[in-house]
Design a protein around this ligand. Structure first.
Ligand code: SAH
Length: 367
C-alpha cells in the first residue's frame, strides 16, 4: 500500500528529482542516481537503490514512494494484443494496450480516467471524465508494460508509444508533456520523440501551444468527417473549433522536416464513408504534409453507428488513394478483448465508474 501524502518519484521530472534530492541535503549526483533507479532500472522500491546509503534510503522512504499503479487484469487477444487494466491509488481503472506488429511493439497509453470530449462513436466518451492522470501515472503505465513484456515475451521491447488510449491528451496538457520529457530523457527510459505520437480530437489552442514546445512528438489528429455538419454531430468539439480552424492550426504547425501529420478517419456507415466524403477530404487536406489512417468503426454496446461493409471501406480507400492521399487502412487489433480504438471503457466496471463520476476541481475547462 502507498500512502497518498508520499511523493511519487515517478511523477517528478528530472530537474524536480534533483531538487527533491537537494531538499534532503543531497548533491546533484545523488539526485541523478535516484533518477536512474526510478527511470532506467525502473525499480519499484527504494530498498533496491543499492548505491545509496542506508540513512538516505530511510530518509527517502519517509518522504517518497515509486509508482502508484497496480496491474489489475491482463487480457490477451488471439492476435497477440494485450490489454492491461491498471488501478490507480485512488481506486480508478485505466487501460493500456500492447500491440505487437512485426518487429515493432506499440503501446497505446491513457492520459485521463475517462474523457470529456464526448465523441459519439467512442466507448470511452460514455464514461465521462473522472480526472486527469498525473505524469507519474502516465509513465508508470509504460514501465509496468515494459516489465510485463520482459516476463512474457522477453524478445520484445516497446518501440513506439501512442497517446491514443483513454482520454484527450491535450486536455491534460502539462502532465502529458511532462511524461514525454521523462520518457525521452537519455538518463532514464531514453525513448525517441520520433517514436511517440500524441493524438488529439482537435483542441486548437493547445495544438498551437504544442507547436511552440522544444519537445516534438508526432502529431495525430482525429478528423473523422469531411464536413462541419457531420463533424458537429459526431465530434461535438467541432462546434468550438471547426474543421477550418483546426486545419489552419495544422497548416501553421511547425512540422519538422520529413515528418507528416497523421489524420485519423473513423469510417461510419452512411455517415462519412461516401465517395463524396473522400473527395471533400482530399480537398481539405490539400497542401498539408500528411497521411490518413482509415479506421473502420469498432462497434461497442450502445453505439448508434455501424461499420461500413468491406466493399464500402475498400471503395472509400481506393478513392482516397486515387486522389493522391497517403492512406492506410487500420485493421482492428485486439477487438475480441475490447482493446481496439474506441473500445476502451473498463468494460468490467464501466457501470461503477459512471455512477461514481465526479468532476475534480483541478481539471480546467476545455480551452
Ligand atoms: N482523444 C484523442 C485520443 C484518443 S485516440 C483523439 O481523439 O485523438 C482514439 C482514436 O480512436 C481516435 O482517432 C478516434 O477517432 C478513434 N476511435 C474512437 N472510437 C472509435 C471506434 N469506436 N472505432 C474506431 N476508432 C475509434
Amino acid at each position: 500500500m502507498t500512502t497518498p501524502d508520499l511523493t511519487d518519484l515517478r511523477a517528478l521530472g528530472y530537474d524536480e528529482t534533483i531538487a527533491f534530492a537537494a531538499e534532503l541535503g543531497q548533491p546533484r549526483f545523488r539526485g541523478e542516481q535516484i533518477w536512474r533507479w526510478v527511470h532506467a532500472q525502473m525499480v519499484d522500491s527504494i530498498d533496491e537503490m543499492s548505491n545509496l546509503g542506508k540513512d538516505l534510503r530511510a530518509q527517502l522512504k519517509a518522504r517518497a514512494t515509486i509508482g502508484t499503479l497496480t496491474v489489475a487484469e491482463i487480457q490477451t487477444s488471439k492476435d497477440g494484443t494485450r490489454k492491461l487494466r491498471l488501478e490507480t491509488r485512488d481506486g480508478k481503472s485505466i487501460e493500456s494496450v500492447l500491440i505487437p506488429d512485426g518487429e515493432k511493439t506499440t503501446q497505446c497509453i491513457s492520459s485521463q480516467v475517462g474523457c470529456a470530449i464526448d465523441c459519439q462513436f467512442c466507448a470511452t466518451a460514455k464514461l465521462g471524465l473522472t480526472r486527469n492522470l498525473d505524469a507519474g501515472e502516465i509513465v508508470d503505465q509504460v514501465y509496468r508494460a515494459k516489465k510485463l513484456l520482459a516476463e512474457v515475451d522477453p524478445g520484445r521491447r516497446i518501440t513506439n508509444l501512442v497517446y491514443m488510449g483513454m482520454g484527450e491528451p491535450l486536455h491534460n496538457y502539462d502532465h502529458v508533456l511532462s511524461s514525454i520529457r521523462t520518457l525521452t530523457n537519455d538518463l532514464g527510459a531514453g525513448m525517441s520523440q520520433r517514436r511517440i505520437t500524441v493524438s488529439t480530437a482537435g483542441l486548437v489552442p493547445r495544438l498551437e501551444k504544442l507547436g511552440q514546445e522544444t519537445i516534438r512528438p508526432n502529431l495525430a489528429v482525429s478528423l473523422n468527417a469531411s464536413s462541419d455538419e457531420v463533424r458537429d454531430r459526431v465530434m461535438p468539439i467541432n462546434r468550438k473549433w471547426n474543421i477550418g480552424r483546426l486545419l489552419d492550426a495544422i497548416r501553421a504547425y511547425p512540422l519538422e522536416q520529413r515528418r507528416r501529420v497523421t489524420f485519423e478517419y473513423v469510417l461510419l456507415a452512411g455517415v462519412n464513408d461516401s465517395i463524396a466524403d473522400a473527395a471533400r477530404l482530399a480537398k481539405l487536406l490539400r497542401g498539408i504534409r500528411c497521411k490518413v489512417n482509415v479506421i473502420p468503426l469498432n462497434p461497442h454496446p450502445g453505439s448508434e453507428f455501424r461499420r461500413p461493409t468491406p466493399e464500402a471501406i475498400e471503395a472509400f480507400q481506393n478513392e482516397c488513394k486515387r486522389l493522391g492521399m497517403a492512406t492506410y487502412l487500420r485493421t482492428p487489433r485486439g477487438d475480441d478483448i475490447d482493446a481496439a480504438c474506441g473500445q476502451l471503457a473498463n468494460r468490467s466496471n464501466a457501470e461503477a465508474l459512471v455512477t461514481l463520476r465526479v468532476r475534480s476541481p483541478d481539471i480546467a475547462p476545455i480551452a
